[in-house]
Design a protein around this ligand. Structure first.
Ligand SMILES: NC(=O)C1=CN([C@@H]2O[C@H](COP(=O)(O)OP(=O)(O)OC[C@H]3O[C@@H](n4cnc5c(N)ncnc54)[C@H](OP(=O)(O)O)[C@@H]3O)[C@@H](O)[C@H]2O)C=CC1
Ligand SMILES: CC(=O)N[C@@H](CCC(=O)OP(=O)(O)O)C(=O)O
Length: 375
């Protein structure tokens, strides 16, 4: 059965709140001039695809590395609007005076050096992992290299929009969360903050589509090695573990450690996190569900399903929505919380646009109210 989305979530932004003018920085009534760094990759492409329907953001600059020099429409012929966007250039050839806002879709490590060299007038949403971890030593431990821009890291605001909206509105640089951390924190942060589940014994069994690994060719990602099978990867050492633990620890004021195992699935897009949690004394799965329904009642993109409905990746494919289902475990005192997103949309480019909308005082739903592509 299809999940029942709340009707207000599907109203166009103008019916939910008055359309504000873009920020003074961009000039009231003017278009925000947007650069997408790493536009020849999957998340960069997804930003450009979604921005085709954005009334206030105009893509004026696109960068690539190996693909620099090509027309965007030659790299992504499926994007019909790409005929009107500029060709891909190298980052060093960008004229920053013509840019107000940057979506940074570069690999981690490259990102911190690039962003540290950009002019300070730019508002930035960074999709990489470089500015997500507050502690640069933790970054070095999990990402295998000293952080090259610790000052910029201090300035960055972690942008899981529904949980950090007010901080995002004030920010200049937003660290867009990882895809797995988005799918896990949306359900678990409110439950930990309300003491409905314990900080101990959290087990997360997660699955991702192959686009999560980016567009560049790798042997373990070729068709024969991915199709008709699944495999866990980075077992006990996936780099999203400290990001998840940072968010969950903040939520409850305790040092949270999680068991987290990601799996690669033979599908293009989509992510599911099955979270096995221990109920606090006296709490029930029904109470968890009701708490999440209440917490996200006014949200456009997070939907807590009625009892018994199972969230499916097919129901969020191509959309910025997150669907959550809560179930009573057969083991007394435990619950199972399921969460699905599209890794490229709510897990990356959609949430990045949601955050950029907030940076410019726009309704955060702008250009993001697409429903899922089904089947
Ligand atoms: N895919 C996903 O689901 C998610 C990805 N992310 C993060 O978003 C970022 C982008 O990911 P994704 O789009 O999947 O990656 P891709 O590999 O698909 O794209 C990477 C982009 O960066 C460019 N690039 C690579 N190296 C350099 C360099 N040294 N200098 C300048 N440009 C460079 C590439 O250019 P070219 O191809 O022309 O060489 C390409 O445009 C990463 O940090 C990733 O971890 C975050 C959440 C989810
Ligand atoms: C399937 C796959 O490989 N997924 C990627 C996660 C997505 C990603 O790009 O990670 P960030 O959000 O930290 O940038 C991985 O496991 O590394």
């Amino acid at each position: 059965m299809a999940p029942q989305l709340r009707v207000p979530a599907l109203l166009p932004p103008m019916l939910r709140c008055p359309a504000p003018a873009p920020s003074a920085q961009a000039g009231a009534g003017e278009q925000v001039r947007v650069a997408v760094l790493g536009a020849s990759g999957y998340t960069g492409e997804e930003v450009v695809r979604l921005l085709a329907l954005h009334p206030n953001f105009k893509v004026t600059t696109l960068t690539g590395d190996r693909q620099a020099g090509k027309h965007f429409s030659d790299v992504f012929p499926h994007l019909l609007t790409a005929r009107d966007v500029p060709p891909l250039v190298k980052i060093e050839d960008v004229s920053w005076d013509n840019v107000d806002a940057v979506f940074c879709c570069l690999p981690h490590a490259t990102t911190q050096e690039t962003l540290a060299s950009l002019p300070a007038h730019l508002k930035v949403v960074d999709l990489s992992a470089d500015f997500r971890l507050r502690n640069v030593d933790t970054y070095a431990e999990w990402y295998g290299g000293e952080h090259k821009a610790p000052e910029l890291q201090k300035e960055a605001v972690y942008g899981l929009t529904e949980l950090h909206r007010e901080a995002v509105k004030q920010a200049r640089i937003v660290a867009n969360p990882g895809c797995y951390p988005t799918s896990v924190q949306l359900p678990l942060v409110p439950l930990l903050a309300a003491n409905l589940i314990t900080a101990e014994d959290i087990i997360i069994d997660a699955k991702s589509g192959v686009s999560g690994a980016g567009r560049s060719a790798k042997q373990n990602l070729i068709y024969c090695e991915v199709t008709e099978g699944i495999n866990a990867y980075s077992v006990t050492r996936h780099r999203h573990m400290p990001e998840i633990e940072q968010g969950l620890s903040d939520a409850c004021g305790k040092d949270v450690r999680v068991s987290f195992t990601p799996h690669l699935m033979p599908m293009t897009r989509g992510m599911e996190s099955a979270c096995y949690v221990k109920l606090a004394d006296g709490a029930s799965a029904g109470e968890l569900r009701m708490h999440l329904q209440e917490r996200y009642r006014e949200e456009s993109f997070v939907h807590v399903l009625p009892a018994g409905q199972v969230p499916q990746t097919h129901h969020v494919r191509g959309s910025n929505h997150c669907l959550i289902g809560v179930f009573e475990d057969r083991i007394p005192g435990r619950a199972i919380v399921l969460s699905v997103i599209d890794n490229l949309v709510k897990g990356a480019s959609g949430q990045a646009i949601q955050n950029m909308n907030l940076l410019f005082g726009l309704p955060e739903e702008t250009a993001l109210l697409q429903q899922a592509l089904f089947p």
